[in-house]
Design a protein around this ligand. Structure first.
Ligand SMILES: Nc1ncnc2c1ncn2[C@@H]1O[C@H](COP(=O)(O)OP(=O)(O)OP(=O)(O)O)[C@@H](O)[C@H]1O
Ligand SMILES: [Mg+2]
Length: 332
């Protein structure tokens, strides 16, 4: 099922081409999917039951959670769907919604139920299923968690008329920003009391302490049964200025390359200085939406140029040095 050459390190190498930074999260995800599909193979061969390790991704908005999952499923060639926990919590018909999500998975698998049953379901914004502030519990959020629990641990879920999908081998990835979790973790017990000697044990201690514990998630407002089904936790970090610059210019399908291509179609070469990218990254940092605002800022910069270029066929090259200087047009 999983190509023998696919090892966690191979997965990470592929992810590196598309997702900047987030090295810890990449490793955790790579190991999670690798062992998930290995376990299924083993279960098929030996007939033993598998204990599933669904994954929880925690991190600020726009830092690559969805991108990482999409990239991963593309690499693995398994069907992948995303769903939004917030909209699940807003509907009175949670089970119909869940049914629709699983139906989309089957559609993604081209109607092949067998392939769909090995897919990945990404449920975003599960942190919104917590009880609202001041309320000890939220009935709607909690009932969604219960509904999700059922399919996460594996069941025959209904798919419209007389069709069922077995969710046992689906990998569930849940995501959320979990604002305020840091404070909870700070207050929860740390492992500092274990005497650390040497650099090695210090780094193990740091890792343990950076770990999100089920009790932290419980305190945050998720029900214990739900957090219990998410044993693997990967944390996404805030993107630094340098990472934002790299996102603009490094990945194969990065924003810069996309616009180079657009200009090439007009017979024009586009050259943007690193300084301009750094300025864009600075603005994006201020907007606090991770990498999400990069495209908008870049488009704002480039729109006047894209307006002018088609009118003047003598333009062969456009050089942009900074956000605050006029673009330079090189004519033939
Ligand atoms: N680490 C990254 N490397 C490359 N591109 C990134 C990275 N993080 C974000 N991006 C870019 O920003 C866009 C938004 O990222 P993404 O959808 O993955 O955010 P998210 O973490 O899922 O946020 P949210 O919590 O709001 O759903 C992506 O489409 C991608 O272009
Ligand atoms: Mg997302």
């Amino acid at each position: 099922m999983l190509d023998k050459r696919i090892k966690p390190s191979v997965i990470v190498k592929y992810l590196d081409q598309h997702v900047i930074g987030q090295d810890d999260a990449k490793k955790i995800m790579a190991v999670a999917v690798y062992s998930h599909y290995r376990k299924i193979e083993k279960a098929k061969k030996d007939g033993v039951d598998i204990a599933k390790s669904n994954v929880l991704l925690i991190g600020p908005s726009g830092t690559g959670k969805t991108l990482l999952c999409e990239t991963l499923s593309r690499f693995l060639g398994v069907p992948f769907v995303t769903a939004d926990a917030t909209s699940l919590a807003q509907t009175r018909y949670v089970n119909d919604e869940i049914e629709a999500i699983l139906q989309r998975l089957v559609d993604k698998a081209g109607g092949n139920l067998e392939r769909a049953q090995l897919g990945i379901v990404f449920i975003d914004e599960v942190d919104k299923l917590k009880a609202p502030a001041g309320q000890s519990r939220s009935t709607s959020g909690e009932s969604v968690q219960h509904a999700l629990l059922k399919i996460m641990e594996g069941s025959q879920a209904k798919l419209g008329a007389n069709q069922y999908i077995d969710t046992t081998n689906l990998l569930f990835i849940c995501g959320g920003a979990f604002v305020g979790l840091e404070d909870i973790m700070e207050g929860s017990q740390t492992y500092g009391f274990i005497a650390a000697s040497g650099a090695d044990s210090k780094s193990i201690l740091d890792r343990l302490n950076a770990r999100v514990k089920p009790t932290d998630l419980f305190q945050f407002g998720l029900i214990p049964e739900f957090t219990g089904r998410l044993p693997m936790v990967a944390r996404f970090r805030d993107l630094t200025k340098d990472m934002l610059v790299r996102i603009l210019i490094e990945p194969k399908n990065c924003i810069y390359n996309q616009f180079i291509e657009i200009f090439r179609n007009e017979g024009v070469e586009l050259a943007v200085d690193r300084k301009a990218f750094e300025q864009i990254a600075d603005l994006a940092l201020e907007y606090k939406t991770g990498a999400r605002s990069l495209r908008g800022i870049f488009e704002e910069l480039i729109t006047p140029v894209l307006y002018a270029v088609p009118d003047d066929p003598s333009i062969k090259k456009v050089e942009i040095e900074s956000l605050f200087t006029e673009p330079r047009y090189v004519r033939a």
